[in-house]
Design a protein around this ligand. Sequence first.
Ligand SMILES: Nc1nc2c(ncn2[C@@H]2O[C@H](COP(=O)(O)OP(=O)(O)OP(=O)(O)O)[C@@H](O)[C@H]2O)c(=O)[nH]1
Ligand SMILES: [Zn+2]
Length: 360
Amino acid sequence: MRVARVDRHAVHVLPLDARWSGMAPDGVPDAGPDGVPGVTSGAPGAHAGDELLRVDLDRDGLVPAPDGGRVPPTVGDVVVVGERLDGAPHVTGLEPRRTAVVRDSAGGSSRTQVLAANVDLVLVAEHLDPDPDLGRVERLLTIAWTSGARPVVVLTKADLVPDPDGMAAEVALAAPGSDVHPVSATTGTGLDPLRALLTPGTTLVVLGPSGAGKSTLVNALAGADVVATGERRADGRGRHTTTRRELVRLPGGALLIDTPGLRAVGVVADDAALEATFADVAALAARCRFADCAHRTEPGCAVRAALETGELPERRYRSWLRLAREAAWQERRSNARLAALEKARWKQRTVEYHASTRGR
Ligand SMILES: Nc1nc2c(ncn2[C@@H]2O[C@H](COP(=O)(O)OP(=O)(O)OP(=O)(O)O)[C@@H](O)[C@H]2O)c(=O)[nH]1
Ligand SMILES: [Zn+2]
């Protein structure tokens, strides 16, 4: 069962097997009377042909993870559904996540948030008009590389600029290793190579700022209005944009994880992902005379040399420093949090041990 939506006390799942056939899956309970868990019909329009099954979570809202811990379920997760004694469906386990799109969720609790699981393709959407923000593209690419999914950069609103291909070539310098596609959802230009990526069963997520045209792009790719866009509604009653994360089946058989526009995303990145996003910088650093070169005043520094000749743009170097520092800081913080958790656990065990031996 694939998690399509997460509520506080339940997940809504797509039966994996019945996904393409549109047949009612066997063993799925009928929609019960009000308030009783059962089959709920999909969100209006979004899941035509798919029946979502509402499955209760334990009181803590967590599910047993493969490593023995308990984690919050996320959209795209594959869960095991069992039956409780009263016959109600109930999440009993989580399959290992093949890939995970993780962000650093700012806030006091110093936690990371898994935005989407088991994603094959991350479309990094950035508009050509206003000018693309290369730092944001690099940030989202780092998140994409860290996830384990394949990143593809999509430059939207190509119809609004005179030279979309020239701009795409510039963005490509900030995106080594990923394809960069200038597209226009309005005219349909550039959509075909993206459509070719959306094979049946492929799960994709589109990351990008609000207003980049993510929903418009997805609808254009799907050839149908599968997600709400930021267009003003005909009745003039404001905008209706994505407000929650949800897995939606596209007509061609690919699965889209629709997310609200990300304002500020903190990166959670591993070194390999940073090296992928900044492959050009990493290649230069590998040529520095000293292996531990800090690229400041060391002799034989290939990074500084490239900065001086202009081969490596100052902007990109700064962006690399910033993201590397941010990732390192995030890692230290999460390690500190893990250590604190571990300590609390031992403390609890000690207390329990003393309680159990008291009075013997
Ligand atoms: N000219 C032009 N406008 C576009 C294109 N794609 C999207 N837009 C417009 O850009 C605006 C934002 O598009 P959305 O698809 O709602 O953007 P979004 O990224 O999904 O935004 P959120 O849902 O807030 O995250 C809308 O007014 C679209 O009509 C395009 O290819 N060309
Ligand atoms: Zn150096």
